[in-house]
Design a binder for this molecule. Structure first.
Ligand code: 1GP
Length: 234
């Protein structure tokens, strides 16, 4: 099925905004799940993204299964590498790091993921992932060994997003990096949104309700919050 993508596309057409809370199985313990879920429901988040940069093999699956015991909120995998797959999740963002020039994150990891995905019922959503300079040395940057695009280089960010759309990506994700000092700025979100006809995800360094609203008002269809949620700022 493609229930999750259809949901996102419909919401995007209607201008309905989607808040996603990112949980890192490496940072949150399974015991904390019930209380985490209470906070997520209070925030009115529509999706739970699960993923991280350094997650041990098997941890993701246990974590997702436990979440599923307690909630109906759709779980979308946002994997840091090919091993972070769980068939208990609802969907998987099949990411290509389009801003980078490292073949490992353009195609190698995707090929390595196939044995985990080929017989699964997970909904796989082709997603163009674009790393924007958030003013901090993020773990995406470290691990992928790629250069983020400057927030000032609007033309390159737009061209990368549009190329992703032409390549058949169903979503574009503008990522300032986990814990970014500077989230993706409002002008950049507006300009990218204006040039693409597929839903736009924005994340990295968003720390307040005000910043969430700003990203939504600029044109983000989905806003992702990770650290701010984990640090109890929301
Ligand atoms: C990181 O976009 C996500 O991949 C969320 O970032 O943890 O800074 O909210 P934060």
């Amino acid at each position: 099925t493609n229930a999750i993508l259809t949901h996102i596309q419909k919401a995007s057409k209607k201008g309905e905004k989607i808040l996603a809370v990112l949980l890192d199985p490496d940072k949150s313990s399974v015991q904390e799940i019930p209380s985490i879920l209470k906070r997520i429901e209070k925030l009115n988040a529509h999706f739970i993204f699960v993923g991280g940069s350094f997650v041990e093999n098997g941890t993701t699956d246990l974590f997702v299964k436990k979440l599923k015991n307690y909630t109906e909120i759709p779980i979308v995998l946002f994997p840091g590498d090919y091993s972070q797959v769980s068939n208990s999740a609802d969907a998987l963002l099949f990411l290509s790091l389009l801003s980078g020039r490292n073949p490992e994150y353009l195609i190698e990891q995707q090929i390595k993921a196939v044995p985990y995905l080929i017989n699964s019922s997970l909904e796989i959503i082709p997603t163009g992932y674009i790393l924007i300079d958030g003013g901090t040395h993020s773990s995406v940057l470290k691990i992928s060994n790629t250069t983020p695009i400057s927030q000032k280089n609007t033309e390159l960010v737009i061209a990368t997003a549009v190329a992703g759309m032409y390549k058949g990506k169903q979503l574009i994700y503008l990522e300032a990096g986990s814990g970014a000092k500077n989230p993706v700025n409002s002008t950049l979100i507006k300009k990218v949104k204006h040039q693409i006809s597929i839903p736009l995800i924005v994340g990295g360094g968003i720390k307040s309700i005000q910043q969430i609203k700003m990203a939504f008002n600029s044109g983000a269809d989905i806003v992702v919050v990770g650290n701010a949620f984990e640090d109890n700022l929301l």
